[in-house]
Design a binder for this molecule. Structure first.
Ligand SMILES: [Zn+2]
Ligand SMILES: [Zn+2]
Length: 348
């Protein structure tokens, strides 16, 4: 059968290709892909900001689809199941995978993987795809596939929560109500934390409010002052920095409670933001500054549960306008417009 797929020939040039899709092997699954959301990594490469990722790039990794056919040795999914795609997964048997650190699999290829016909990427924006059983998670069939496609972003947030050791009834500020800020806020609430969201862009403030979060409108009020007022001058237990900016890093420390507060640096920023801290202050106030990136198999499992049980709701962070495979160029343009949540491409 034929596979139609989107690929980037170079920056700003998205094309649709067609190629023969081989038969599945015994441990593989043929997925009829329904949607794939455009991640920051995808649209920033389209914008020419991530040239190091290489070309031709058949990108996209936030996909969901229906199982069409399974190999003889596949037992956890069956035709008709709605599934979402996970990143990586590791070999499962090396020393790192054995302890759950699949992101650091020792058998990961050293070189970037190219398909036999020369493409980089995971062919997320394709109508059909071959996956291994390990790469896919069964999702609640009632979910909009664009929401099921949130599996990978939610998994990275689950990893961050574990590193942050967020406890029930702790108060946490999420700085930034973009896509990943809102996923962090949702997951923190599912962990029974009290969540405050700080944001400057009106559209994102509205979204955070519509999701039922306490919000700080930074146009109206200094966010540090606002946090102190909301906490009777005590400050909060944790701050999740979901926007890569020096100002946000600075505010995070000022919003924390006097001692033993934790800061989770969730977002990267370009240009690279500073950590404008006095190391003695970090020492005396016993502050923890925690970095996080990526997700492990256990995080994907947790993310699937959060989405499938609707313990979190990502419906408001999928843009209502959907695009078709032939309109990827317009879709990338939309995705790279400031203030947009995830832009979804419908593939079938
Ligand atoms: Zn992503
Ligand atoms: Zn491994």
């Amino acid at each position: 059968m034929k596979q139609r797929f989107e690929y980037l020939e170079k920056a700003h040039v998205s094309k649709v290709g067609e190629r023969e899709l081989r038969e599945i092997k015994d441990d593989e699954v043929l997925v009829k892909q329904l949607t794939c959301n455009i991640c920051t990594t995808d649209y920033q490469q389209w914008m020419g900001l991530r040239e190091h990722q290489g070309y031709p790039m058949a990108g996209g990794h936030e996909g969901a689809g229906v199982v069409e056919k399974v190999g003889a040795n596949v037992h956890t999914v069956k035709p008709g199941d709605l599934v979402a795609v996970a990143h990586g997964g590791g070999c499962g048997v090396c020393a790192n995978c054995r302890v759950g650190d699949t992101g650091n699999c020792l058998n990961k290829p050293k070189e970037k993987h190219r398909s036999e016909d020369g493409y980089l990427g995971e062919f997320g924006f394709a109508d059909y795809n071959i996956r291994t059983e390990k790469q896919i998670y069964v999702m609640n069939p009632d979910l909009d596939p664009a929401e099921a496609g949130y599996l990978e972003p939610v998994a990275t947030v689950c990893r961050g929560m574990k590193k942050l050791r967020l406890q029930p009834q702790e108060t946490v500020v999420v700085i930034g109500a973009g896509t990943m800020g809102m996923v962090n806020a949702q997951v923190a609430r599912a962990y029974a934390a009290n969540v405050i969201v700080s944001e400057i862009m009106p559209k994102k403030l509205e979204t955070a409010k519509a999701m039922g979060f306490k919000v700080i409108d930074c146009n109206e009020k200094d966010p540090v002052e606002a946090v102190m007022e909301m906490t009777d001058g005590k400050g909060v237990d944790c701050v999740i920095v979901a926007v890569g900016a020096t100002k946000a890093n600075e505010q995070a420390l000022q919003m924390l409670k006097k001692n033993d507060g934790r800061i989770l640096l969730f977002a990267a920023g370009y240009p690279v933001p500073d950590l404008p801290y006095d190391s003695n202050v970090i020492h005396y106030r016993r502050v923890e500054i925690i970095g996080t990136f990526g997700a492990e198999a256990s995080d994907y499992n947790e993310a699937a549960k959060l989405l499938n049980t609707r313990a979190i709701d990502v419906s408001k962070i999928v843009e209502p306008k959907r695009f078709k495979l032939d309109d990827c160029q317009a879709a990338f343009e939309a995705a790279s417009t400031p203030g947009m949540y995830r832009v979804c491409i419908e593939l079938n």
